[in-house]
Ligand binder design. Structure first.
Ligand code: ASP
Length: 336
């Protein structure tokens, strides 16, 4: 029997058309183009249904509300389909992939996000190949993962990072190998898939929290960080150098951070380097952060390090619990 895949279409370049004010999502266009293309009704392809959201959005407009709706719709249709494809703009695709990976317990069917750098209406579009690959992978492999399919590679969603604003190879998984490759054959590295999730199917929703980012650079302003920390923050993600280092010359930095942690702000350390991991014991410049209670994002991408804070702070007010969970792999988003 043919497998059945549900396509949830949120917007993005994939189904956009040229307008006087630039590319914009166009209602009904993508379904029409897919219905006209024989590849999508080929006997090797699964059956698919499309749910098109209104309005279709450029993914720069993605919100927590959209994440909650997407997860709710997957759970609602879970028993009726073998897998799910989310069509999404590339700009925030990695954030949405992280968000969905954390929020659904008991997910044992594939959820693949894909999109395109060039709209399906254009002759040199990458949309068709991405769509075909996503449909084939979602129907052939029953993996319990939220993944991103782009330019022939299936990546764990919460490990992916957008690296190219223009080129077809838009995503990289710096610290975890691709789950599958699409060439003349489909090659899945099944040993890399997450283990089956024995929990009952359940949804955890995101709620807005006040989360800030602070990126160090030579000449950064301690006064600005001080002002930021006096804002009512729930969490702060520090983007540090190398393996998690910050300048140690001005000790005021540590007293400001320590006071904020004492007020209940969760402060996490994420490296500006995409590859490798935070190790706050390597250098004195990192150790000083660990001593005052800054937690480590280890080898998470900036997207995963961010969304995991949003997720944990959405489901709990207990700072100690959040701090413990942040260092554990919830869905394969970190290696250690
Ligand atoms: N701005 C677009 C979006 O993220 C870019 C894309 O789809 O690739 O919706």
């Amino acid at each position: 029997m043919k497998k059945a895949i549900l396509i949830l279409y949120t917007g993005g370049t994939i189904g956009m058309a040229k307008t006087a004010t630039g590319y914009q999502p166009t209602a009904g266009l993508l379904s029409k183009l897919m219905a006209e293309d024989r590849a999508f009704s080929h006997e090797d392809m699964p059956h698919y249904d499309i749910v098109e959201y209104t309005p279709l959005i450029d993914s720069s407009n993605m919100t927590l509300h959209h994440w909650n709706v997407l997860a709710k719709d997957i759970i609602k249709a879970y028993e009726d389909y073998d897998g799910f494809i989310i069509l999404h703009g590339t700009d925030t695709m990695a954030y949405t992939a992280c968000a969905l990976s954390f929020m659904i317990d008991g997910l044992n069917k594939p959820v693949i996000l894909t999109g395109a750098q060039v709209a399906l209406t254009e002759a040199h579009s990458d949309a068709r190949e991405n769509l075909i690959s996503a449909l084939l992978l979602a129907s052939r492999y029953c993996f319990p993962e939220v993944a991103i399919l782009f330019n022939h590679y299936l990546l764990r969603g919460n490990r992916a990072h957008k690296i190219d604003a223009i080129g077809y190879n838009a995503f990289l998984s710096p610290n975890y190998p691709p789950l599958a490759e699409v060439g003349s054959e489909l090659l899945a590295h099944t040993e890399l898939f997450c283990a089956t999730d024995a929990k009952a199917l359940a949804l955890h929703k995101y709620i807005p929290i006040t989360l800030a980012h602070f990126r160090f650079f030579p000449g950064y302003s301690l006064d600005f960080l001080d002002t930021l920390l006096h804002h009512p923050l729930r969490a702060l993600l520090l983007h540090t150098y190398g393996s998690g280092n910050v300048p140690t010359i001005d000790k005021k930095l540590f007293s400001l951070l320590e006071q904020a942690i004492a007020r209940g702000v969760i402060i996490a350390n994420c490296s500006q380097c995409l590859k490798g991991h935070v190790n706050m014991t390597s250098y004195a410049t990192g150790q000083a952060l660990q001593e005052i209670g800054v937690i480590s994002a280890q080898d998470m991408t900036p997207e995963a390090a961010t969304v995991k804070l949003q997720f944990l702070c959405s489901i709990s007010n207990d700072s100690n619990w959040i701090r413990q969970q942040y260092g554990r792999s919830l869905r394969g988003e970190l290696s250690y």
